[in-house]
Design a protein around this ligand. Structure first.
Ligand SMILES: [Zn+2]
Length: 484
């Protein structure tokens, strides 16, 4: 059992590098204690009082990095906003690496458990990690079947998509967090209103952008969802000037004249974004009365929906997805995440590796690179190589030599050099899970599913145009927007 007294040593036990917290960050009283209690309470709900040591170790490492660097309030506010949406019946998903964090999971911001896949017995508290098979880069709950407890013979709980904390927090736990949270478009303006009311004593601003036009001049726009909660009493005029919102802007917040990239060292940004699919899930749950949170994640019938690429459901995906599904062996929800990684990342085409290697073997996301290198015994350079590959910087000669000396094949090294942008595994899993849930409704509630589709297609198109307009402000997009 974990020694809970150890927690009182908060911030002193492990030497995390401090980094510069933005100058004006809004802080809640007793945030460190509240965040810690929230996470531990949830862990006890899941595991009982004997939280497995492996879980507690990771939780405490993450908590220390967050609290030492002054980000507990940032997490708590995000958790508060997410809870507001969930309480209203609107699901939420995360973009970026935040779902790689155990704290994010336990305080309710993310629905993804980042631990390596594990089985846990609620009755006798037997806990075991799942062993990796052959050359698997990771273990994942969505590829696991039920298993009986070796001690008491009851069916065990299972969870975990296997994401390293370092993907989110950096190798020294010194990477700054940024919340990119997707809300259902139907509720976003309510979310913004909630923030305004709840934090009315503070100053809430919308992040502005400066976008270079084709003639080399700059035009001011707004970030698609970036807002700042600035402590009340801060002299904002000493940092940036503000301008008023335009009529079509549903945030109705004063906008910073300076570009958000210049303000990120000064204010802390929350990205309150939207994803139309979350509207769909909300509406389908409401209309059918079936709660998507309880549906099976290993299910051949749902998989069949994705395999039949000519059906109505698959219309929502670009042609490339269908081509990929036709050319690979699709065995689980995790393969859907890998396909998304190939499709939305960049530097993946032509995907020649797929002819000779399986989806599991090739690089589809950031975590693939890092976990593969760790498996091959490259420990110290794994993070650095992963970052370099993920952001299109390729490999240095030193990195190539290191990889060759670890017997990493030539095709893998070539592939690393071709990548231009890779998504994190946790985000891909969040999106795959959303599509999986929608496929369930398509399969079991086709009438309700089809009846709702028309409105969403139009909204998806409108969202793309609105996004372009807000970020570029070009006349052409405004014209297009008027037509839909
Ligand atoms: Zn048991």
């Amino acid at each position: 059992m974990f020694d809970f007294d150890k927690i009182d040593d908060d911030g002193t036990e492990l030497p995390f590098l401090n980094y510069d917290t933005p100058k004006y960050i809004f802080e809640l009283p007793d945030a460190n204690e509240i965040l810690r209690d929230k996470c531990i309470d949830r862990a006890r709900e899941l595991f009982g009082n004997d939280v497995p040591v492996q879980i507690m170790d990771r939780l405490l490492r993450e908590l220390q990095a967050i609290t030492v660097n002054g980000y507990a309030s940032y997490y708590l506010i995000a958790a508060d906003i997410v809870k507001y949406s969930l309480d209203k019946g609107y699901p939420v998903s995360n973009r970026g690496t935040l779902s790689s964090s155990l704290v994010t999971y336990l305080c309710g911001i993310s629905q993804i458990n980042p631990m390596p896949a594990y089985y846990y017995c609620l009755y006798c508290h037997h806990f075991e990690f799942v062993n990796k098979k052959d050359d698997d880069v990771r273990t994942c709950v969505y590829e696991l079947h039920d298993k009986k407890c070796p001690d008491c013979n009851r069916i065990m709980e299972k969870d975990g998509i296997d994401v390293l904390s370092e993907i989110n927090m950096g190798v020294n736990y010194d990477k700054e967090p940024t919340f990119n949270i997707n809300f259902a478009p139907q509720i976003r303006s309510q979310i913004v209103d909630y923030i305004k009311i709840k934090y009315s004593k503070e100053q809430i601003l919308r992040a502005g952008t400066e976008v270079e036009q084709s003639d080399g001049t700059y035009k001011r726009g707004v970030h698609p969802g970036g807002i700042y909660i600035v402590p009340g009493g801060t002299d904002i005029s000493s940092v940036t000037t503000l301008r008023k919102w335009e009529a079509e802007d549903d945030f109705k917040l004063w906008i910073t004249d300076d570009d958000y990239r210049e303000l990120d060292d000064i204010f802390k940004r929350y990205n309150i974004l939207t994803q139309v699919e979350l509207d769909e899930l909300h509406d389908l749950r409401k209309v059918t009365g079936f709660n998507f949170e309880v549906l099976p994640t290993v299910d051949n019938e749902i998989l069949e929906v994705f395999l039949d690429t000519s059906n109505n459901f698959m219309k929502r995906f670009p042609k490339k997805v269908k081509e990929l599904i036709d050319s690979v062996e699709l065995t689980s929800i995790t393969d859907l995440a890998r396909i998304d990684g190939l499709l939305y990342g960049s530097g993946n085409w032509p995907c020649t590796e797929i002819k000779e290697h399986t989806l599991k073997e090739i690089i589809t996301c950031r975590d693939d690179v890092m976990q593969y290198l760790l498996n091959k015994g490259i420990i110290h350079y794994a993070y650095r190589i992963m970052r370099s590959v993920s952001f299109g910087k390729g490999l240095t000669d030193e990195m190539v030599d290191l990889m060759k000396s670890a017997d990493i094949p030539e095709w893998y090294i070539d592939s690393c050099n071709r990548k231009r942008y890779l998504y994190p595994w946790s985000q891909l899993m969040e999106y795959a899970l959303t599509n999986w849930r929608l496929a369930y409704y398509y399969l079991h509630y086709p009438e309700e599913y089809n009846a709702l589709q028309e409105g969403y297609e139009e909204r998806r198109h409108r969202r793309e145009l609105l996004h372009k307009m807000l970020t570029s402000n070009t006349e052409k997009v405004i014209d297009e927007l008027r037509r839909v």
